[in-house]
Design a binder for this molecule. Structure first.
Ligand SMILES: [Zn+2]
Ligand SMILES: [Zn+2]
Length: 365
């Protein structure tokens, strides 16, 4: 049943993905097998390409999968064969953070999502030579035609909805929208400056607009992204390389914004985001931090800085909430998406990295 799975295998951190036939390990209790129809590309999929990243290839990445359930394990009672599902991040379900509705802060988040293999030691797949291939990336490894995933990580959706639009809701979109709606709780009349309007920043922007924020400032290095940001609700845009950016935002917003959101992880950008806030404001940051953040005297000045994981979302409640907003025309996530054939994964990754594409989604054959 799990033989002849086509998977994009990363064998060299600096090399291209190669589509190979692999065999997935048999699923266990509490798991389901999903025939993957589409998968978004998330910036985190490139982590294994970073120097020093502890997980070694060969590895199948991809963690914004959506598809159709074709098998359910023992003890799975809330997902059925034939259900259309969005797959989200893995979480243990039993630690205090999972139990209190914060699975993004699961005590086992790193090992369940970023090790590319299971905690018990199984790697998830074997290649045509019988050699192990990591296939537990974010508990799903969705750059493949099938995925074995914990039932608690899947969200059942209506089967008349376009899975190529819903796939990115599993990670990047909830990261941005959840930061705005769940953690910062941006409210009507508020102001927010968003640093980096890639898929995460653009999702934050759409959520801020839906929440009624009246001043939404988008900052990016790509003019094309700023143009789309304006169409989706940005009231003001800045090219990130301008001088005195924080001063300009302070002036524009009458003394600083209520909220700032950093999607870059670059310490100098986080400092600019903090400096753009008014006293009492909150800055959220979501990316892997690229170096030490040095807070000079006065940098905080009554402000809050919070690191947010997966938008502090409970996927089974938050993803349906975003789908409802999308259907109501309040969250046009489809505007971010460009579809590629699965065989074009390398091209999709390249164009995403260059900022040409906001959210690439590969569609399985
Ligand atoms: Zn947990
Ligand atoms: Zn992600």
């Amino acid at each position: 049943m799990l033989k002849d799975v086509e998977a994009a295998v990363l064998r060299d951190p600096e090399g291209a993905y190669t589509i190979e036939t692999v065999t997935l390990d048999n699923p266990g209790p509490h798991q389901v097998v999903v025939a993957v129809r589409a998968s978004g590309l998330c910036h985190t999929d490139a982590l294994p390409r970073m120097t020093g990243f502890p997980v070694q290839p060969p590895l199948v990445t991809g963690h914004e999968g959506a598809g159709v359930v074709e098998w359910v394990g023992a003890d799975v009672t809330d997902v059925a064969v034939g259900d259309h599902v969005v797959m989200s991040f893995a979480h243990c379900g039993s630690c205090p953070e999972c139990q209190s509705g914060h699975p993004g802060y699961c005590a086992k988040f790193a090992e369940l999502n970023l090790f590319g293999r299971s905690i018990s030691g199984g790697v998830g797949a074997t290649d045509s030579q019988g050699s192990p291939v990591g296939a537990k990336w974010f508990g799903q490894s969705s750059f493949a035609t099938r995925a074995v995933v914990d039932a608690r990580s899947v969200v059942v959706v209506d089967d008349d909805l376009d899975l190529t639009v819903l796939a990115p809701l599993g990670c990047g979109v909830i990261t941005g929208a959840g930061s705005v709606l769940n953690t910062m709780r941006v409210s009507a009349g508020a102001s927010i400056a968003i640093f980096g309007v890639g898929p995460v920043g653009m999702s934050a922007l759409m959520a801020a607009k839906a929440a009624g924020a009246t001043r939404i400032i988008a900052v990016d290095l790509h003019e094309s992204r700023l143009d789309l940001a304006k169409e989706l609700g940005a009231t003001d845009t800045f090219v990130g390389s301008v001088d005195d950016l924080a001063d300009q935002i302070q002036t524009l917003s009458g003394g600083g914004t209520n909220f700032a959101f950093d999607t870059t992880g670059v310490p100098s950008v986080i400092l600019t985001a903090l400096a753009s806030l008014r006293s009492g404001g909150m800055c959220g940051t979501v990316a892997v931090q690229l170096g030490d953040l040095v807070l000079g005297s006065g940098a905080m000045d009554g402000k809050a800085l919070v690191s947010i994981i997966e938008g502090d979302s409970v996927p089974r409640t938050f993803i349906p909430q975003l789908i409802d907003m999308w259907k109501a025309g309040e969250f046009p996530v489809d505007r971010l998406i460009r579809r590629f054939d699965f065989a074009e994964l390398n091209e999709a990754e390249k164009l995403s990295g260059e900022g040409e594409v906001i959210k690439a989604v590969v569609v399985m054959p």
